[in-house]
Design a protein around this ligand. Sequence first.
Ligand code: MG
Length: 327
Amino acid sequence: MSRVLLEFLLHLREFLIRGYVQVQKIDSTHAGGTMRARTIGYVLGFSIIGFAAGWWVGQSKSVLPMPVSGVPVDSLPFPMQMRIGANLYQQSSAEFHAACQTIYQSAQRRMDEIVLAKGNGSTNLAVILDLDETVIDNGVFQTFLYQNSLEYTDDLWGIYEGEYGHETTLIPGAKAFIEHAVKLGVTPVYLSNRSQRFQDSTIATLKRLGLDPEPVGKRLFLKDPKLNSDKTARREAVAAQFDVVMIIGDNLRDFSEAYAAPKLKEPTDEVLTKAITQRAAQVDADRKHWGIDWFMLPNPVYGEWEKLVGREPLKRLRPTTIVAPTR
Ligand SMILES: [Mg+2]
């Protein structure tokens, strides 16, 4: 169902209601059988149109009424249809649930240790959390893309971000961890690449999920739409206000800009493989952080990593010498 059509139907409904009220006014001042019969005819006729339109809306396969736009699938190296296994894992597996609980429970125990080590005199402690797929589960947006054969675009995401916060859910374990941090006196700070343009919507979404992100600028740092996705300056702004003891995210750039995928123009397979290897090596080099003050949640659906799969993603699979048996 297109947004234009939905808006048209809403205007039509408004028009009918206003028209009915006006006709009734005339009818009441010029009481007469002909006018009353005409009124009843109008109402019945437009009701049939309204019911038909409503049925059509109900039959639409779209979960979210968004404009149907996007990019041609054949121009994408990694289209939505290739992500179905990852989406099913995230949306339907108890294993994903357990993985998130494991990480948040580990982070909680580590937080206890940190606060104890800091001593009673410590103040102004904070934990930085990313939002999407770290605190907020956006599986419904992926469902919407599948059901409408669409690919991700910033515009589609913007509409979802601005208008469909009521369809989001929580990542398992996130809320319990945040409540525990607050109990310990550690301030949860949300640092996200959601847009400042939809700040009110993001605040409403978090509040609906039982999380208070305010005051903005102290506990909520969103992306300036004029800037890129680099979180470094905002991380520094948080560090200027707080003693940051922990970061939690689902994308390596939530922790350090050193993990940004290099911009490669028409890279060869060798160049892509090298970039992927270097990124993994950087993770190993940062091992003093993992599970200590950096905690990484699983996001098998999307992330910085996909920028390095190249135009032929199947080539990124590990080579093997296994030979298929003949029948
Ligand atoms: Mg995220």
